[in-house]
Design a protein around this ligand. Structure first.
Ligand code: GTP
Length: 370
């Protein structure tokens, strides 16, 4: 079976990280997020994939050699302008002549695809939407079902008294190719507000598949950090590479950890990192290749992409640092701060409470105490 993965969005809620890297290519434990999605597909025997791109497509093309090494056949198809979730699939309809999967490229899940596909076939559905239960349904589109699992309606962002179910669209679909005949070609058109409600109005068989599997949309800084923590804490399968130097601490090649550094797993470090004496690293934490944590610096529950440098007394907690960020002495970064690539943060700055800093800038010492 083929799968189309939608990866053309701007990822605006994850800026500035997505200024140079599209959301599905952001590193997740030092591997592009999409590699985890592909590994999930491969576990269920889905090896043929179309990546539907629009934003920064060359970043996906550069990744193709790696997908070949994974034994997958991946084609990148790029839109001239955003076609929306369904329009993007309509755009590749000529390659889809039997039942196929569609996946939003920003969902971390271990949904059982065999069960999903079997359910679709048993029901004789033209479209089956995977569903997940959420605690607060009022900020999502809800998908109430009839007793046999058929979708009864779509309810956009209901108030609490209108919320008759807690099931939302989980962004994985099984579709029959014929449904694409109902989507306009070359126009921006969505599954959620366009094709699925249309199929329902036409009384076609649209089913919902409630799944109790792990599910997370990685689209905000909080959820991006959550995805790292959940993988590091073993909530879903992940193929950790590197050497496990102590319990749940994995390091890549050429990484040196001083024997007086304090490490509390789960922690993943890439290649060629240097962890000095009396540096403290508390998991769940992920450091990319070439990171340097100086004596007396502390990292806790944080994500640093490659080549970040933390000077002594710096503290980074619950935050994400892009590539090549230089964190000066006594800098405090906390509370879901998101820092773009190649920043230089001078001594004594405090960056907290969801602050976002654009790539490439320099903060003079003591400028921000947020
Ligand atoms: P935000 O800008 O933060 O809302 O993120 P996004 O637009 O990248 O993601 P959103 O959650 O809105 O979209 C869900 C998935 O569909 C993501 O994997 C997007 O990459 C993808 N997507 C959204 N719009 C398009 C589109 O017009 N074309 C293609 N090919 N993919 C899309």
């Amino acid at each position: 079976m083929k799968a189309v993965i939608l990866v053309g969005g701007l990822g605006s809620r994850l800026r500035p990280l997505t200024t140079t890297i599209p959301k599905p290519m952001l590193p997740l434990l030092n591997r592009p997020f999409i590699a985890t999605v592909l590994a999930h597909l491969r576990r269920y025997g889905v090896n043929e994939v179309i990546l539907s791109t629009g934003y920064l497509p060359e970043v996906f093309t550069d990744f193709l050699a790696e997908t070949r090494a994974m034994g997958m056949s991946v084609e990148v198809v790029t839109e001239d302008r955003p076609l929306g979730t369904c329009g993007a699939v309509k755009n590749v309809a000529d390659r889809l002549d039997e039942t196929f999967l569609v996946l939003n490229g920003d969902i971390l899940t271990d949904i059982n695809l065999t069960n999903l596909i079997d359910y679709h076939r048993q029901k004789g559905a033209v479209a089956t939407i995977s569903l997940t239960a959420v605690e607060d349904p009022t900020s999502y589109g809800l998908v109430p079902l009839e007793r046999d699992g058929r979708v009864s309606s779509f309810v956009e962002k209901p108030s609490w008294d209108e919320a008759t179910t807690d099931l939302i669209n989980a962004g994985t679909y099984v579709l029959e190719p014929e449904v694409l005949a109902h989507a306009p070609l070359g126009e921006n058109y969505s599954f959620e507000r366009g094709l699925f409600p249309y199929l329902l109005d036409e009384d076609m068989k649209v089913y919902g598949f409630p799944a109790s599997s792990y599910w997370l949309d990685i689209g905000t800084p909080e959820k991006f950090i959550r995805a790292h923590k959940d993988l590091l804490e073993g909530k879903l399968p992940f193929d950790f590479t590197g050497t496990e130097i102590k319990s749940r601490v994995w390091v890549g090649e050429g990484t040196t950890v001083d024997q007086n550094a304090l490490l509390y797993g789960p922690v993943v470090m890439g290649d060629n990192c240097t962890i000095e004496s009396n540096a403290v690293i508390i998991g769940p934490t992920s450091l990319g290749d070439g990171c340097h944590v100086s004596a007396g610096a502390r990292v806790e529950g944080a994500i640093c992409f490659s080549d970040c440098r933390l000077q002594s007394g710096a503290v980074v907690r619950n935050s994400v640092l892009g590539r090549g960020v230089d964190v000066g002495k006594q800098v405090h970064i906390d509370d879901f701060a998101v820092l773009g690539d190649n920043l230089v943060i001078g001594e004594g700055n405090w960056l907290r409470r969801g602050i976002k800093v654009a790539p490439g800038s320099t903060l003079e010492p003591g400028t921000i105490r947020f």
